[in-house]
Design a protein around this ligand. Structure first.
Ligand code: F6R
Length: 243
């Protein structure tokens, strides 16, 4: 695991974007796994700039997002489908038919999750997966648990995640209670994983996940077992890490 400490959110975003750009340049038909949430927004802004400057070309890129709320229509501005269009896909030369976000409106969870997992495999697997980390150590919506979830599945969100996400909704009652998410196994199958984390609020979980014991109680800790992980933090999120 490589841990890169940057000075600021802006530097974290530039560094993460440059790693993704390198992937796209070295393999123009890469399969890229993407994340939503507030952390990667700056990374997407940098990727848009690089695309507009013709430094990276998305025309042959395929994407798979980590997760989506169950039961939230795609045109709801809090859906992850909406987020991805708004923050990245609408601003780069990507073929939208190659972009994939689990469809939270398909009620049959086993069907949708099974199809999603199969689509990732059919695309040849994920070359580079971008992930953020939740305050409780979740990646995707893989919440602390007694075991690491393997494949794309439906989850009940924990109170702490509902609490953390309520800022995006009119009221806490509007926050969906379930989501479809890649499993830890799906994420671990990516050839490379790039984690982004910023802010003081992430310092404790960054330390626990990447320098603490490997346990499904801290789902991101599984990444310590991955052969090719780069964690890109700002100074605040990296504050408790030992050299
Ligand atoms: C988003 C996702 C989540 C977030 C995590 C951190 O697709 O799967 O695991 O990465 O909740 O969210 P932020 O970046 O808002 O702190």
């Amino acid at each position: 695991m490589i841990i890169i400490k940057t000075d600021s959110y802006e530097d974290m975003s530039k560094k993460a974007a440059s790693i993704i750009a390198e992937q796209i340049i070295s393999k123009p038909n890469s399969v890229i796994g993407l994340a939503t949430g507030s952390t990667p927004i700056g990374t997407y802004e940098e990727l848009v700039k690089l695309n507009k400057a013709s430094e990276i070309d998305f025309s042959d890129i395929t994407t798979f997002n980590l997760d989506e709320y169950r039961g939230l229509p795609r045109d709801n501005d809090q859906s992850y489908y909406y987020f991805m269009n708004d923050n990245l896909f609408d601003h780069v030369n990507i073929d939208k038919s190659r972009t994939h976000v689990p469809n939270g409106m398909i009620e049959d969870a086993d069907l949708e999750c099974g199809n999603y997992e199969a689509a990732i495999k059919a695309a040849g697997g994920v070359d580079l997966q971008l992930v953020g980390i939740g305050h409780n150590g979740h990646i995707g919506f893989n919440e602390p648990s007694d075991e690491f979830d393997k494949v794309t599945h439906c989850v009940d969100l924990t109170e702490s995640t509902i609490e953390a996400n309520k800022r995006f909704f009119a009221s806490i009652d509007d926050v969906p209670r379930q989501a479809y998410t890649m499993g830890i196994g799906t994420i671990m199958a990516a050839k490379k994983v790039v984690v982004v984390a910023n802010g003081t609020g992430k310092a404790e979980i960054v330390k626990a996940a990447f320098q603490g014991p490997i346990t499904p109680k801290v789902p991101a800790s599984a990444l310590q077992l991955h052969q090719n992980v780069i964690v890109v933090c700002d100074a605040e999120a990296a504050a408790l890490l030992e050299d």
